[in-house]
Design a binder for this molecule. Sequence first.
Ligand code: GTQ
Length: 352
Amino acid sequence: MPATAQTVPEANHNLQAARQSYYDKISAFHMAPLWERLKDLVPREPVTKCIPALWRFDEAKALILEAGDLITAKEAERRVLVLENPGLRGQSRVTNSLFAGLQLILPGEIAPAHRHTASAIRFVLDGEGAYTAVEGEKAVMSPGDFVLTPNWAPHDHGNASTKPMIWLDVLDLPTINFYEAAFAEHFESETQPTGRQDGDSLHFYGSGVLPDGAPVQLKRSPVINYTYARTRPILARLKSAGDIDRRHGARVRYANPVTGGWALPTMGAHLSLLPQNFKGEGYRSSDGTIFVCAEGEGATIIDGATLEWRQNDVFVVPPWKRYTHIAAKESVLFSISDRPAQEALGIWREES
Ligand code: GTQ
């Protein structure tokens, strides 16, 4: 019968109904039609619920200091305000793959020793002289320090100074939990024995010599604290040498000094200097990125929306969103993302 204006919608309707009853039938066998899901499962370009967001440090500091009156570090185990991406509320994620939080440790407090499968980094924002002990090395911290807690490394935090300390924590918890491969354990003693001196790991592994016989195939950097005091002047030298990327400014990558690889297998970090009046070129990459303004002030334009940042503000650029940094004053940005994990899988992409 030739198709007419009446028969086509009816035939179509019958077919839709037949398909739906078929879907219902196979559903009872725990099966589903791929063809109804293909566009969502295999998008042409990255799709993300993560949205650009910024946390102002002055607001965040007041809020976390309030938590200091409500709960001790010991009771909380870790006194942290989770930074939740507004597009991912309730999931303890700042991007789809990473957790971020602001941790407060008050004078005299100890956050007891534990270890877990997830790797962590600290980027110090405020205070002076609190410490993180990692694998027997007590790293006394200052603002701008980038401190590693590689996976399964025992770590405890303490504050023997007279001022509160606040740092940004970034952990690969959502990634590890995606694999449902997470373990954790606590120690009898609140603090771990520290047989090493502060800075030993940097001197041992980051100086062009190595302790004789040290392994050279590590998946993670053996350095615990990449201090700002040591890294910041390198940015000034890069700038003086004219080594300024048109998108990222004068930028260093936190490397495993033994292999040249990333500091951690799941998270990679950079520190960049944006010279005064920097107007970056547009850039996007498949790794959603967390930024911290370590110095100065400026703005990042993400897909047309502007996030203005000042010292210690934290902000997020979602995966594959084009962004541009601008800085009226000379500024320093710390950044961290899941790029090493994507590179290991061979899926990381960038575009200028
Ligand atoms: O300092 O060990 O922000 O275990 C979240 C989980 C910090 C830590 C966090 C943790 C830690």
